[in-house]
Design a protein around this ligand. Structure first.
Ligand code: SF4
Length: 345
């Protein structure tokens, strides 16, 4: 199969399935070749994720311990005070993070909630960190308010293929998600959008998720690929585990399909071996979440990550701001950011 880095938005499901079926070594070579043409192959961006409002979510996402519908023993927390968020962001920066992501378990934020989130965004930006928020569905004007406040990224995942989606979530539609992504894009925010593997979906569904992502009008700037964390009390607590090689194949396919996106190895790392994570980096993953907690589930400790980076000769991507690279080098996804009044970094 010829290596072709052209940015495309017209991938057919069969083409993606053909990628996923390639001999493993060929697929890895292709993904690594694409990766090296765009990125430093030995740099990985580090993000830190803080749950700023935990649990009691009215949605029914079958994988999520934060849904109010499942008894997972989670401690519900209201929206954190600004000071607490700022302290966590300061610690994250000191530990080497360049992006601070704030997650709130809402179906959608009320305007008065958004006022408080905007204050958090402004304060974290002032520390010199990139900011990302995930807070459910957004209306157009809410996305614009976040953009005007200087937010860099908004995360809203597609989770899985359109066909399998109804098995996982019934309280919001795929179209709802696409609408939010459109509002985020049109507001000039960078889009963070990915999905979860290992929820009982088929390979065709995994190809369908990747197809939905790479055929968006602009490729997401960040593509988090999560391995399901099976949490007791959720409907997916006993889901069969996914073959680790299949997960790595999907990372490689994401790299090939979206050459300029940051592909983030997200949830599920705590259950991955060092060797599997190394294969994910080889397949083109170039971003991780750092810190012992990922919203409400475990993540490898910072020491373990530092040791792994050292063993692999990986540097934390610190000098080059992904936001600047994204806006300066991608002809296909150039966008306008509204003036925020925030000093550039
Ligand atoms: S994934 Fe998000 S929307 Fe779904 S239940 Fe969890 S917090 Fe709510």
């Amino acid at each position: 199969m010829p290596v072709n880095d052209a940015i495309r938005h017209d991938w057919a499901r069969e083409e993606i399935l053909a990628l996923l079926k390639r001999p493993f070594n060929d697929l890895m070579f292709q993904a690594q070749s694409v990766h090296r043409r765009v990125f430093d192959a030995n740099s990985v961006q580090i993000s830190t994720l803080l749950s700023i409002k935990t649990g009691a979510c009215p949605e029914d996402c079958a994988y999520c311990p934060q849904s109010a519908r499942y008894d997972t023993g989670l401690n519900v927390e209201r929206l954190l005070p600004l000071e607490q968020v700022l302290q966590a962001a300061t610690r994250a920066k000191a530990a080497g993070a360049t992006r601070f992501c704030m997650g709130a378990a809402w179906k959608n934020p009320r305007d008065k909630d958004l006022d408080r989130v905007i204050k958090m965004v402004e304060a974290v930006n002032a520390l010199g960190l990139e900011t990302c928020v995930t807070a459910g569905m957004l209306k157009r004007d809410q996305a614009q308010r976040l953009a005007s406040a200087g937010l860099d990224f908004y995360n809203h995942n597609l989770d899985t293929s359109p066909e399998f989606y109804g098995e996982i979530i019934t309280t919001r539609t795929y179209a709802d998600r696409l609408d939010t992504l459109q509002h985020v894009r049109e507001a000039g925010l960078h889009v963070c959008c990915g999905g979860i593997l290992g929820m009982g979906e088929s390979r065709a569904d995994r190809a369908g998720l990747l197809q939905a992502l790479c055929n968006l009008p602009q490729h997401p700037d960040s593509v988090p690929i999560n391995m399901l964390v099976r949490v007791k009390g959720t409907p997916l607590a006993d889901a069969a585990s996914l073959d680790p090689f299949e997960f790595v194949r999907c990372i490689a396919a994401a790299r090939i399909l979206m050459p300029k996106a940051m592909v983030r190895l997200s949830a599920g790392r705590a259950e991955m071996s060092d060797e599997m994570q190394a294969l994910c980096f080889l397949a083109g993953a170039n971003s991780i979440f750092y810190g012992e907690q990922l919203l409400t589930t475990d993540n490898p400790g910072q020491q373990a990550d530092r040791a792994l980076f050292q063993r692999l000769g990986i540097q934390a991507m610190a000098d080059e701001c992904p936001r600047q690279r994204a806006t300066s080098s991608r002809g296909n996804t150039r966008r306008h950011r509204p003036t925020s009044g925030r000093p550039s970094r």
